[in-house]
Design a protein around this ligand. Structure first.
Ligand code: HEC
Length: 135
């Protein structure tokens, strides 16, 4: 009896250990949905995208840049410079060229699909409305 209960406890332990390993394995695989499908891009953009996807997914998911509401090339230059200067970024100055080329393409593509909804400063708008409507 005691031998069999010992056996089952270690079986359960083994099960959880294997389960944990499987979870950890999946956690390392990036969410496919967050990346773009290169086959939807013009051929000359794909190589640029590959550099972007590799360099810009190291510290955060690709959705970070892909969902950023940045529409201006100048602003992307500032961001990519900032990311390059992060310790251990692995981004070289030479990488910035294809990355920025891709981000330019991506931004134009998004703008063509319709501008993103305008952002407002909600706090300022609300307090202005409250102050203005005070009388
Ligand atoms: C070395 C790690 C690292 C790499 C590589 C990296 N980032 Fe980041 N990124 C960060 C950190 C840390 C933050 C959050 C802090 C911040 O906003 O500076 C961030 C935030 C961001 C944000 C959101 C900023 C905001 O204000 O909300 C964007 C957009 C972004 N990264 C784009 C990129 C792009 C594009 C690349 C590839 C060129 C890239 N990142 C590569 C570390 C990195």
């Amino acid at each position: 009896m005691s031998a069999s209960s010992h056996y089952s406890r270690s079986t359960i332990g083994l099960f959880f250990c294997a389960f944990g390993a499987i979870i950890a394995l999946f956690a390392c695989v990036p969410d496919r949905n967050e990346a773009l499908d290169p086959s939807t891009m013009p051929e000359d953009v794909r190589a640029d995208y590959a550099v972007f996807a590799q360099r810009c997914s190291k510290c955060h998911s690709l959705s970070r840049p892909l969902t950023a509401t940045i529409t201006d090339d100048e602003e992307w230059v500032r961001y990519v410079n900032r990311m390059r200067r992060q310790p251990g970024s692995g981004i070289t100055r030479a990488d910035q060229v294809p990355i920025l080329r891709f981000l330019h393409y991506y931004t134009q593509h998004r703008l063509d699909a319709g501008p993103p909804p305008p952002t407002i400063d909600l706090d300022a708008t609300v307090s202005a409305a409250v102050e203005g409507g005070g009388g």
